[in-house]
Design a protein around this ligand. Sequence first.
Ligand code: NAD
Ligand code: UD1
Length: 334
Amino acid sequence: MILVTGGAGYIGSHICVQLLQAGHEVLVLDNFSNSKPEALRRVECIAGKKIHLLEGDIRDSTILDRALSHPVRAVIHLAGLKAVGESVNKPVDYYSVNVTGTLNLIQAMQRHQVYQLVFSSSATVYGTPETVPIKEDTPLHPESPYGRSKWMAEQILHDLSLSVANWKIVVLRYFNPVGAHPSGLIGEDPSGVPNNLMPYISQVASGKRPLLQIYGNDYPTPDGTGIRDYIHVEDLAAGHLAALTALKHSNELLTINLGTGHGHSVMEVLNAYESACGSKLSYQISARRPGDVAFYWADPSQATKILGWTARKDLQSMCNDSWRWQKLNPNGFC
Ligand code: NAD
Ligand code: UD1
């Protein structure tokens, strides 16, 4: 059995589908602070299998003990808070969930002698990179409480792996996850105004928002707009299953980028989304967003070498799947 913390969320739900389809028993621990139980019902519908669910907070040792009293072989730890802007205003919440929550989980795993862990980290730990593509040994300069909370959790896991030989840990640094399950049944369901590009464009396409603000067209990129490494959430989920397999054969902590190795500009994403939804989308060029980096993308060669994993889906498929999800679920999981 695999314990998936935060399994009802955007990325977790896609991982759960693939785990079930691969024949794993799945136990989800989630407090639904940023997700809905309906997401898991749909996961079960796609996979045609049941999920075991515990509702609760990763900072609650009692619920963790209850989760780990199941026959859990490994944990995929996704539960966390993830909004960069919000983390600046609520740093304590971010350190509490992302750092204390992770510590709590590790302690509970030790109590129950479960030593295999896949941890969700983020490319945000690199901050503003000096060179691209970004390799895993690039110096880390997280620039927000969110980024620092992921960096701290990584440090804890690193020290843990040095202290006791039996821990097997893979830290996955995600680039920009987008897209949705091709069924249109699960996808990203942001609450309030989306902060990120793809969910914002989706809401412009569905008529929920009047236009996209493009944050700057004077970057040193071919069309002047920012470039990122967008990765289909299905590819990202597959990376977790590959990490679970790699865990078994590794005796050291592995830190691995999950990205495609290709960058796309805001304009390219907008154009691909227009092709997906079949209409022109309104936009306006506005000032650069403070703190934004002009361009970056991953060097995913370690993922290929160590996990045997490569991203397969292109930008058009990310936009097509995102649009199908948006069109079929204009109000998300409500
Ligand atoms: P999400 O918010 O959709 O999912 C997170 C899940 O964790 C939600 O279901 C939420 O209810 C749950 N959760 C939050 N706090 C909890 C707590 N204290 N106890 C139990 N459950 C809790 O986010 P996501 O996009 O699926 O991200 C999953 C992980 O990946 C996060 O750790 C995030 O930091 C990391 N990550 C996400 C992105 C991204 O762009 N989506 C990029 C890099 C890294
Ligand atoms: C953001 C997070 C990062 C997280 C990543 C996951 C910040 C500072 N960083 O990164 O921690 O890992 O999401 O996906 O929030 N853009 C617009 N208009 C919009 C929204 C975005 O032009 O309405 C542009 C941005 O300027 C950027 C690109 O689109 O060039 C991507 O932005 P976004 O989706 O927010 O991702 P990141 O900034 O890369």
